[in-house]
Design a protein around this ligand. Structure first.
Ligand SMILES: Nc1nc2c(c(=O)[nH]1)N[C@H]1C(S)=C(S)[C@@H](COP(=O)(O)OP(=O)(O)OC[C@H]3O[C@@H](n4cnc5c(=O)[nH]c(N)nc54)[C@H](O)[C@@H]3O)O[C@H]1N2
Ligand SMILES: Nc1nc2c(c(=O)[nH]1)N[C@H]1C(S)=C(S)[C@@H](COP(=O)(O)OP(=O)(O)OC[C@H]3O[C@@H](n4cnc5c(=O)[nH]c(N)nc54)[C@H](O)[C@@H]3O)O[C@H]1N2
Ligand SMILES: [Mo]
Length: 764
């Protein structure tokens, strides 16, 4: 590969015919069904599309690889619990276009690397294992046996196991993930970075510290029963469409909804349920009762303004805070109140960018109930002060006693369909000692207690040549990671890069000296092993573990399951050093579940419980007010206001998802709910900022970020005037990841701050 090829892909000179329309306020409805059917019919025949739609997220069906939103415990829709974007994810996965040795013989790695992510994604499903030899220009075929041996040889040639990096993306099932981390630990390292490091890590850190569990506390049923749901830093219409059905149900039961977001995202404003023919005709439900257009990273200021108002009421009228809960179940209240009083209400209002009138509306809703749920996603977790954002949310819930009871609590909405499960079963670069002790007891080897690399540390390690082998179980590390050019150099420093993947992506094209692509089965495909057809399991955003089983024949005969790949690599690498009978797990996945049951809490009778049609809930302390923190209580926390200032002409940029993508997989070029069509290289700007900088609609500009003395550039973007707060702008991930500095991340969590990058717009 050559680094200049990605430079080229990073700065294409041609644009498509960009079209913009006034963004709709409504989401889903007929448009969504039309779009899903169009996407599905590109890849599948009607019969298969229908078959898939009936089985997605059904009891006994397969788990949609789209997002981690939970399925209802009981009344699942007969039309399938799926959404437009879940259907798009499936259509891409089950497509019949296969790429194998002919494709790679025709196209050099450099040629492929110069394509856009959209074009790369369209090439098809990976059909057989491929190998890129040192100095070669093209991938060539390799047998599975040779590929396994190559990985084993490279791993065994390293000076220390800590020179290898083992990345996981959150689609990997519990079974594959458990075996993977077990292999990595027996091999001798804890270098287990995962997509969570770029995603909800800040939620995990903040929630563990304050509530004693790194996961959310609510169930789907709680959402139906909540009287106030605050949706903050999240765009459900695109990223978790089925959540809107739950919010609609909440509203029907009398609940109120507050949306806090720099953008007036469609769906947060209004929603038409595609499962309800009546609603389709009558125009849908108004969603947000209050919409607060917060400035990017203005959330701590906004929450402090709300908290100051509540405190004032408490001091004048009393009975606002849940004093019994605070006394019995929390720690740090007095210090928290003392600290809160040092902040000035007006300053907080100004910093938040939200008008005092809107803030008062939110305050009155908060005063009216203690059945409050707060839902959030990347709008809160990808900032330098991301952990503060989430701890401040928890402060509000604690004051109101809104945790560990019906209709109340925390709801971090997860991304990848099994990202939560992967962490539960041990994909963790800094796993708790109790977990490592259990591994030692069960398997008789001592896992390292040293913390391994998170994503950012792995990139640094490879850049400094302290890590020499990169192994990715799913995902697209290069395009997902911050600082694309730096990360590309880091990966190309490796001796070997290996990817277990379903589809071609940029990480296969910016490689180490040697590279392997190992193609695997997708969620929707049947998985037969020696003991017969296998099921696997996943955990959703609300801690429910359920089974998933493919229904379609694999798209190629030369695919292996992730479980099988992991077992074979472990077997080849560890040979007679291992204490584990690796290949037996690949023959029968129920054996893996027996082991998980012994090592991980909450999985008693795993195999038999998995037969329950809707799965089973994992234990959750916060849900029952059993806070497993350092104080044994829920902890209030002290959080400062962010203190960075923009210079003249600078803007804060958030990198967000369009409606036509799943992370780095780009399905199409439209962002329908934002009224942006046929182009992704755009920057949404406030119209006053455009005027101040003399910029016109659709003007082509370059973007630049300067951080700690390093200048980063992304060229050729079209300006679009948009309803976004002043001094803020938005672009799409991953096109602008080149601008995200590797050294700008959330304190303690190390989530890249890809929602608050200071940039300047440079005229061409
Ligand atoms: N179709 C589809 N579904 C997906 C994904 C996908 O790419 N496509 N990705 C999956 C994954 S891995 C994840 S993690 C989730 C991501 O789900 P989201 O977090 O909804 O995704 P983003 O597009 O990153 O959107 C962030 C939202 O936060 C807002 N925001 C940005 N900065 C701030 C801020 O400072 N304050 C506040 N209050 N809001 C802010 C943005 O305007 C935007 O609405 O979705 C999952 N589901
Ligand atoms: N600037 C910026 N950067 C971001 C974000 C952002 O908001 N802004 N979001 C971050 C977030 S939240 C996340 S989660 C990460 C995502 O980071 P990743 O999880 O690494 O990226 P994905 O694009 O989801 O990975 C897609 C690839 O996974 C492979 N794949 C798909 N299904 C399967 C499967 O079943 N098995 C296997 N083995 N492979 C499969 C396919 O080859 C596909 O190309 O990106 C992060 N990066
Ligand atoms: Mo994510």
């Amino acid at each position: 590969m050559s680094l200049s090829a990605i430079e080229k892909a990073n700065t294409p000179e041609d644009f498509n015919e960009l079209k913009t329309k006034t963004p709709p306020t409504n989401s889903v409805g007929f448009g969504a069904i039309k779009s899903a059917v169009q996407q599905a019919s590109k890849y599948m025949n009607a019969v298969e599309a229908f078959k898939v739609s009936l089985k997605i997220n059904q009891k006994g069906g397969f788990d949609c690889p789209g997002c981690a939103w939970p399925d209802p415990d009981d009344d699942r829709s007969v039309f399938g619990e799926y959404c437009e974007n879940g259907m798009k994810a499936m259509a891409e996965e089950v497509q019949k276009k296969i790429i194998g040795s002919d494709f790679f013989a025709q196209h050099s790695v450099d040629e492929l690397a110069a394509m856009t992510d959209f074009e790369i994604g369209k090439s098809g499903r990976l059909g057989s294992p491929m190998f890129l030899a040192e100095g070669a220009t093209h991938y060539q075929s390799i047998s599975w046996e040779e590929a396994y041996a190559k990985v084993g040889k490279h791993l065994n040639n390293l000076n220390t196991p800590d020179e290898a990096v083992f990345y996981t993306s959150g689609r990997t099932t519990n079974e594959a993930a458990f075996l993977y981390q077990l292999f990595v630990r027996e091999y001798g390292t804890a270098n287990l970075p995962d997509c969570s490091n770029m995603c909800h890590e800040a939620s995990g850190k903040a929630l563990s510290e304050t509530l004693g569990i790194g996961k959310g506390s609510v169930t789907l049923d709680d959402l139906y029963k909540a009287e106030l749901v605050i949706v903050i830093g999240q765009n459900p219409a695109t990223n978790h469409p089925r959540m809107l059905t739950a919010l609609e149900k909440c509203k029907k039961n009398g609940g109120k909804i507050v949306a806090i977001n720099p953008l007036p995202e469609a769906g947060l404003i209004k929603f038409t349920n595609p499962q309800s023919p009546y609603k389709m005709l009558t125009g849908g439900t108004k969603m947000a009762d209050v919409f607060a257009p917060v400035t990017i990273n203005g959330d701590v200021a906004l929450f402090k303004a709300i908290l100051l108002q509540l405190l004032q009421k408490e001091e004048t009228e009393g009975n606002i805070f849940d004093k019994e809960f605070i006394k019995d179940h929390t720690s740090g209240y007095d210090a928290f109140i003392l600290d809160l009083k040092t902040y000035d209400f007006n300053e907080c209002v100004a910093l938040s960018g939200v008008s005092e009138e809107i803030i008062q509306q939110i305050v009155s809703l908060v005063l009216s109930t203690d059945k409050i749920i707060i839902c959030w996603a990347m709008g809160l977790t990808q900032h330098q002060n991301a952990v503060d954002n989430i701890r401040e949310i928890v402060n509000l819930l604690l004051l109101k006693g809104s945790i560990g009871k019906e209709g109340a609590g925390t709801c971090p909405v997860r991304g990848h369909s099994n990202v939560q499960g992967d962490r539960t079963v041990g994909i963790w670069e800094s796993a708790p000692q109790a977990f490592l002790d259990k591994i030692e007891n069960k398997y008789g080897f001592k896992p390292t207690t040293k913390h391994g690399y998170s994503v950012i540390e792995a990139i640094e390690g490879m850049y400094k040549k302290e890590a020499k082998v990169f192994f990715g179980l799913g995902g697209n590390f290069l395009s997902a990671a911050p600082d694309t050019n730096y990360t590309a150099e880091a990966l190309s420093n490796c001796n070997l890069t290996v990817h277990v993947s379903t589809k071609l992506n940029r990480s296969h094209l910016v490689t180490g000296k040697e590279a392997l692509i190992l193609p695997c089965l997708g969620r929707a495909e049947k998985d037969y092993q020696k003991s017969g057809e296998q099921i696997q399991s996943v955990e959703n955003s609300m801690g429910v573990v359920s089974s998933t089983k493919g229904i379609l024949d694999p798209c190629s005969e030369d695919l292996k399951s992730e479980v099988s790949v992991v077992c074979n690599i472990a077997y080849e690498t560890l040979k007679n050093r291992t204490k584990i009978n690796w290949l037996s797990y690949a023959d029968d996945y129920s054996l893996v579940r027996d082991d998980i049951e012994e090592v991980v809490n909450g999985f008693d009778n795993y195999n038999s419980k998995l037969k329950q049609p809707a799965g089973f809930y994992l234990p959750n302390g916060a849900r029952v007010r059993d806070f497993k923190t350092n104080t044994g209580k829920a902890n209030f926390s002290l959080n400062k206001l962010p203190n960075w200032k923009l210079k003249e002409g600078e803007l804060v940029m958030m990198t967000i998802r369009s409606h036509d993508q799943f992370n780095t997989t780009i399905y199409g070029l439209d962002d329908r709910y934002r009224g942006i069509f046929n182009e992704r290289r755009i920057i949404m700007m406030n119209r006053d900022d455009m005027l101040a900088q003399n910029l016109e609609e659709q003007q082509i500009v370059n973007l630049q970020s300067v951080f700690n003395g390093v200048t980063r550039k992304a060229n050729n973007f079209k300006v679009i005037g948009y309803d976004i707060p002043k001094n803020c702008c938005a672009t799409y991930f991953p096109e602008t990841n080149v601008l995200v500095p590797l050294d700008s991340y959330a304190h303690t969590a190390k989530t890249p701050s890809s929602k608050s990058i200071v940039i300047s717009v440079i005229k061409k």
